[in-house]
Design a protein around this ligand. Structure first.
Ligand SMILES: [Zn+2]
Length: 256
């Protein structure tokens, strides 16, 4: 897909700003703090961060990763998340062109990144990502007409039901909570973007990646690596490559 370079630059700029907002979400949502107030300030000297020190990536580089006033180090997480979201938005536009699918890809990728980082750090998936993402997924599906909306609702229902069943079985088997409610809500959100077949592929890929990475890492670190991280990876792969993988699988089943 050939896209005007100016549009790609605009997508990059927009993605960087969305990434800057995602940083605020990553820091504040797990602590139940407002996303709007108070404005960002240095955690040590409490100096409010001026707009010129809040330009994605650039400000962090100019300030060499330190607060302008007290020289307190500023986490490299900020520019890394900004760059990652910038790349997601450029990638979505480059792959899908100026379409609703590109917007869906960009928003879905951003939400999944937020979920993965938050779940890895805090072992929780805030409702803002899951319920908020579900509303976005269902809303965007309306642009595909009734059938698009029906697919999204079926996907959300399948995601919810499948993870709910897995959580119940886990509870009976291990007598403890194997999977949090966050994972269940997350898969409802994922289903609204990728449909019910996509839900199955996401859980399959998540479990596959999980057992390849999750189990050895959990044993080594002696602590659980949250499953939401792998579901997020599986969901992103499904969004981009799902149709190809499912078509290949069906072809394989027919034995030719
Ligand atoms: Zn400071």
């Amino acid at each position: 897909m050939v896209v005007d370079p100016i549009l790609l630059l605009m997508a990059a700029g927009l993605g960087l700003c969305v990434g800057s907002f995602l940083n605020v979400c990553i820091v504040r949502l797990p602590r139940d703090r407002s996303l709007l107030r108070p404005p960002s300030a240095c955690p040590r000297c409490k100096h409010p961060i001026a707009w010129r020190d809040n330009i994605p990536i650039v400000s962090w580089l100019v300030l060499k990763g330190r607060c302008r006033h007290c020289r307190e180090p500023i986490s490299a997480q900020y520019p890394i998340i900004e760059a990652a979201v910038g790349l997601i938005w450029v990638g979505a536009l480059a792959r899908y062109g100026v379409t609703i699918q590109a917007l869906a890809a960009a928003l879905f990728g951003t939400i999944l990144l937020g979920i993965a980082v938050t779940d890895a750090r805090h072992y929780l998936i805030p409702d803002e990502y899951t319920w908020g993402g579900l509303v976005l997924g269902l809303g965007l599906s309306l642009t595909g007409g009734v059938s698009g909306f029906v697919q999204a609702v079926l996907g959300a229902g399948a995601g919810f039901a499948l993870l709910f069943a897995v959580a119940q079985i886990g509870q009976w088997t291990f007598k403890e909570e194997a999977m949090g409610g966050g994972d269940i809500k997350m898969m409802a959100m994922v289903g609204s973007f990728v449909g019910w077949k996509g839900v199955l592929l996401t859980v399959f890929l998540g479990a596959l990646l999980g057992s390849l990475i999750f189990v050895p890492l959990s044993l080594r670190k002696k602590r659980l690596v949250p499953f939401g991280v792998f579901l997020a990876l599986g969901a992103a792969l499904t969004f981009v490559f799902g149709e190809t993988i499912i078509a290949w699988y069906l072809h394989f089943l027919r034995g030719n």
